[in-house]
Each structure stands twice: as structure tokens, then as C-alpha cells.
Design a protein around this ligand. Structure first.
Ligand code: NAP
Length: 138
């Protein structure tokens, strides 16, 4: 499924309801991401839309729609988000990518504190890799 096309939280609510609610999901891994090397001015509007939708909106909407299911498990659960080390700098030429990963780390940290407060049964991790040779960087 193309996460760039899922722009409404109800899209996720419906996926979770039909596909995931009957599964015992123990670890929610939110890894999808896209990067474009370009100045902000030269980015196509469609790229701006896709970058923000896949890198920032998708993980937030999915995490929100899965949270009650994860918390209600008898065993321990976890949410794992793939951030990026580049978020530590403003990154000219990759500014939306860097900003979207900074957003991700911030929300993961703050929601992680809240989850710690209400339950010891769920862990939150936003890990931040450095440069790795993958399809994204080819
Ligand atoms: N490579 C690096 O240097 C590096 C560094 C730091 C962080 N990261 C992060 O690591 C994560 C994985 O990236 P990668 O390096 O392994 O690159 P990748 O091989 O291109 O993997 C990107 C993943 O995102 C999925 N994805 C992208 N756009 C999507 C969309 N519109 N709808 C649904 N799924 C979509 C891809 O699914 P498909 O395979 O189905 O296309 C793929 O599973 C990303 O969040 C990236 O930002 C990468």
C-alpha cells in the first residue's frame, strides 16, 4: 500500500480495524521513509507532499491508531520508529527530510514519557541511523 496516498487518520483507522485488530502485534515497526536531495525551492510539490506524508504523517497516524491495541496486550509491547541522525542538523539540500525526522524523534520522546507514566508494559524507541547504502541512497 502507498502511504503517500493515506492522508487521513481514518484511512489508518480502517486499515487497523480490517487488517491488524485480529493480530497479536507485539512490536509496531514504523520504518517507511523517503528522501530527496534538492533545495526546498526546487522540490516538486508532489515530493513535498510525499515526504511529509510518508515520513511524518504516516508514523503518527499509525501509532495513534495502534496504541490502544498495543497497550491492552498482556505481554510487553514496543513501538519502534526509524529516525535519522541527519535530524541533528538543519541539512540544506535535505531540509524536509531532516525536519521530518526531527519531528519524529520529538514526538517519540514525548509520547514515550507519557507511556512510561501510564504503563511499564510498552516501550518506545526512535533509533537514528547514520548513512547506510540502501535503495534510498542509490
Ligand atoms: N539509508 C540511509 O542512509 C538511512 C539513514 C538514516 C535513516 N534511514 C531511514 O531508514 C528507513 C528505511 O530506509 P532505507 O534506507 O532502508 O531505504 P529503502 O530501502 O528505500 O526503504 C524505504 C522503505 O520505506 C518504504 N516506503 C517508502 N515510500 C513508501 C510509500 N509511499 N508507501 C509505503 N512504503 C513506502 C519502502 O517500501 P517498498 O520497499 O515497498 O518501496 C521501504 O520499505 C527510512 O525511514 C529512512 O529514512 C535511512
Amino acid at each position: 500500500m502507498d502511504f503517500a496516498e493515506c492522508t487521513q487518520i481514518d484511512d489508518y483507522r480502517s486499515i487497523v480495524h480490517t487488517e491488524l485488530s485480529k493480530l497479536d502485534v507485539g512490536i509496531l515497526v514504523l520504518n517507511a521513509g523517503i528522501a530527496k536531495i534538492s533545495s526546498f525551492r526546487d522540490l516538486k510539490n508532489t515530493d513535498v507532499q510525499a515526504l511529509l506524508t510518508v515520513n511524518a504523517i504516516h508514523p503518527i497516524f499509525m501509532m495513534k491508531c495502534m496504541m490502544d491495541q498495543l497497550i491492552s496486550r498482556k505481554c510487553k509491547s514496543a513501538i519502534m520508529l526509524t529516525g535519522s541522525g541527519i535530524r541533528a542538523i538543519p541539512a540544506p539540500g535535505m531540509n524536509l527530510y531532516s525536519a521530518s525526522k526531527h519531528f519524529l524523534m520529538f514526538i517519540a520522546q514525548s509520547v514515550g514519557y507519557e507511556l512510561n507514566y501510564i504503563s511499564a508494559n510498552i516501550d518506545m524507541l526512535c533509533y537514528e541511523p547514520g548513512g547506510v547504502k540502501t535503495n534510498m541512497t542509490d
